[in-house]
Write a new protein. Structure first.
Length: 647
């Protein structure tokens, strides 16, 4: 074993390994006894393919290139495809947002051509009889947006526009259209600005007359109660998730009204943030039972018997992240991963208890000896606990120099309602195998710890998130695990906001990398998309009442408090955090003569999907850390930093 400075260790894990072999699996269904799934293809310009296992045992495309099954409803999409009983794929095509049915190798349009590309969008696709039901989003030329639940024929006869029927509207947002077993009623979830779906939603039901909703009633929910995923039990009752207890639990609700009844009340979350439509947090099984996933830090799969309230846990042997996809007979299809198990699509056989891999999200994983171990840690800040996972530097061929402590990068997730769990991450290994520690933080506002934990961020965005991340890295430094002079912070989207806020309000970090992060708020709320246009009302406060707070919290307005280098990475086609956010912050860095780099990627949106972009952004990030924190990065192209001398 060789001694070398932390950060400069030679590693076999390259940025191209992260991208070229990576193809995140985004969901799946059973078609007969075979699994079909959606897969991101970075080497095909980031398209989403529908795939299955071929006769040779290798994945093959069901939906051929260049077709791209991805919807832009809410910009985050979700529910972009389904498979009919005749094994035909119905999907929303990304380029024009029309819905198509794949007939052999030829997609047949089911919805009309929009007046402008992507001006009419469909998501949360559901099949009911010979119709497709969907959440529809219509963008008018004046910028106004209307959403409704609509239905259109599966045979394509509605492609001229005459066959599309609006079932129900009247809300800013709708999700989970569910038709009752007898076809006479509809249940769905609705909410309005300024609520986000994890703040407050309503369960609504209506009678169906001639295919449209009448006698609309609200059964459950409010601006302070988040309700998710209704599923019909019979014609008179539904199961639904609600966080009325402080945790997302499952309830039984009568269509006639009355108080909901908890199926199994427990201090754990059976739901999560509804960023993507169609997300399923539980699955109905045979004999009325439910397959559930509950979260307190990590995920646990279990079978819940509503008749008795009994909850039987399933041993997934180290899988700590579980997202349910489908169930058929005794088989369960799930996206899953863990600290020692790569993320991907797996099946679980409820009879044999066997777990089988269908498709991992990475073709080739780093050799096991280069993978770091996740260590859960909890630190206290201002009387509150902050949860995180530490990945210490690890390389079987290297160790640090005597009396040297390693640099650390704090990863700040987006959302800010996301949730991190122990994971086998090639991205983390990219850093830890070079002698750079990683800590993944579930700051206040994260899901998976109940409503109180995520409500900590209400009105406190840019304060609590920053304090919590700082508490974690300072705790690591005080314990001797990290070099206090070489702490970095990186994050994307809302995580990028926390990066910039932390750098401009503290001197804890040596540098930071913001991936498409929010830099200021007044223009952001004008420029961002509709789904999040009122999000800041809850995170900081409504306008105009909170205008002073918008200015006070915005990193752009606090650049005078910044004294360290910054890396800005931005997609030029991002409708969620537009490039103007990064460009304004770049201009402020130039004005203050602070070393930085701004890298803009044409064709990239919110979240990088293309191979070359992923390679370049990770190499640039590593080179940036090396230049700032004083270690060599062998084999990595040197990022050119802007300095006052180079201007």
């Amino acid at each position: 074993m060789r001694r070398a400075p932390y950060g400069s260790w030679e590693s076999p894990i390259t940025a191209r390994d992260l991208a070229a072999s990576g193809h995140p699996v985004e969901g799946g269904v059973f078609v007969g006894d075979q699994a079909w799934w959606a897969e991101l293809r970075p080497d095909e310009n980031g398209r989403t393919a529908i795939r299955r296992t071929g006769l040779d045992g290798q994945p093959e495309d069901v939906l051929p290139a260049p077709w791209n099954a991805r919807t832009r409803v809410h910009e985050y999409g979700g529910g972009a495809w389904l498979v009919t009983p005749q094994a035909q794929v119905v999907f929303a095509e990304y380029s024009d947002q029309r819905v198509y049915r794949l007939d052999g190798f030829t997609p047949i349009p089911l919805t009309p051509e929009p007046p402008r590309a992507a001006s009419i969008r469909y998501g949360d696709l559901t099949l009911f009889g010979d119709e497709v039901w969907a959440v529809r989003e219509q963008h008018a030329e004046d910028g106004s947006i209307e959403r409704d639940i609509c239905a259109f024929p599966l045979d394509g006869s509605g492609a001229d526009g005459t066959g599309i029927r609006s079932v129900v509207g009247g809300s800013d947002f709708l999700a989970y259209p569910r038709v009752s077993p007898d076809g006479r009623a509809l249940a769905w979830i609705a909410w309005d600005h300024p609520q986000m779906p994890w703040d407050g939603t309503e369960l609504r039901v209506a009678a169906l007359e001639n295919g449209t909703a009448t006698d609309v009633r609200t059964l459950l929910g409010s601006t302070e109660e988040s309700v998710l995923q209704p599923e019909w039990i019979d014609t008179d009752s539904l199961h639904v998730i609600s966080d009325r207890s402080g945790w997302w639990n499952i309830y039984r609700v009568a269509v006639s009204g009355g108080e909901p009844v908890a199926v199994h009340e427990i201090a754990a979350d059976f739901g999560g943030p509804l960023w993507t439509l169609g997300t399923r947090f539980y699955l109905p099984l045979d004999r009325g039972k439910l397959l559930t996933v509950r979260t307190v830090g990590t995920d646990t799969l279990a079978v819940l018997d509503p008749a008795t309230g009994r909850l039987d846990d399933i041993d997934l042997r180290g899988l700590t992240t579980v997202r349910l996809c489908d169930a058929s007979g005794g088989a369960v299809l799930m996206r899953s991963g863990g600290a020692l198990a790569a993320a991907g699509l797996r099946t679980y056989d409820r009879t044999s208890e066997e777990i089988s891999v269908v498709r991992l999200s990475s073709e080739e994983l780093p050799a096991g000896e280069y993978l770091p171990t996740a260590e859960p840690v909890t630190f206290e800040k201002n009387g509150r606990d902050v949860h995180a996972f530490v990945y210490a530097p690890h390389n079987p061929r290297f160790e640090g120099m005597p009396d040297e402590r390693p640099p650390f990068v704090a990863f700040v997730h987006g959302g800010p309602t996301a949730h991190v769990a122990p994971s086998l991450s090639a991205v983390f290994a990219f850093f830890t195998s070079r002698g750079i520690g990683v800590v993944d933080v579930n700051y206040g506002g994260s899901t998976g710890y109940g409503r109180e934990y995520r409500n900590r961020l209400r009105g406190q965005w840019g304060v609590v998130d920053v304090e919590d991340v700082i508490a974690v890295v300072e705790g690591l430094a005080e314990s001797g695990a990290a070099d206090p002079a070489r702490l970095a912070i990186e994050g994307g989207s809302a995580g990028g906001w926390t990066v910039l806020a932390a750098l401009t309000s503290s001197d804890v970090f040596a540098c930071g990398a913001s991936y498409y992060g929010v830099a200021e708020l007044r223009e952001f709320v004008k420029e961002t998309h509709d789904f999040e246009s009122r999000y800041i009302d809850g995170l900081i406060g409504p306008l105009p009442e909170a205008a002073a707070l918008y200015d006070e919290r915005a990193p752009l307005n606090n650049v005078d408090g910044l004294a360290c280098p910054v890396l800005l990475l931005q997609g030029l086609d991002d409708p969620i955090v537009p490039p103007a956010q990064a460009e304004r912050f770049r201009d402020a860095l130039v004005a203050k003569k602070i070393p930085h780099a701004y890298i803009a990627y044409p064709g990239e949106s919110h979240g990088f999907r293309r191979l070359d972009t992923i390679v370049d952004s990770r190499n640039s990030e590593l080179s940036f850390y090396g230049q700032v924190m004083g270690f060599e990065t062998p084999g990595i192209p040197k990022l050119r930093l802007w300095t006052s001398e180079s201007a």
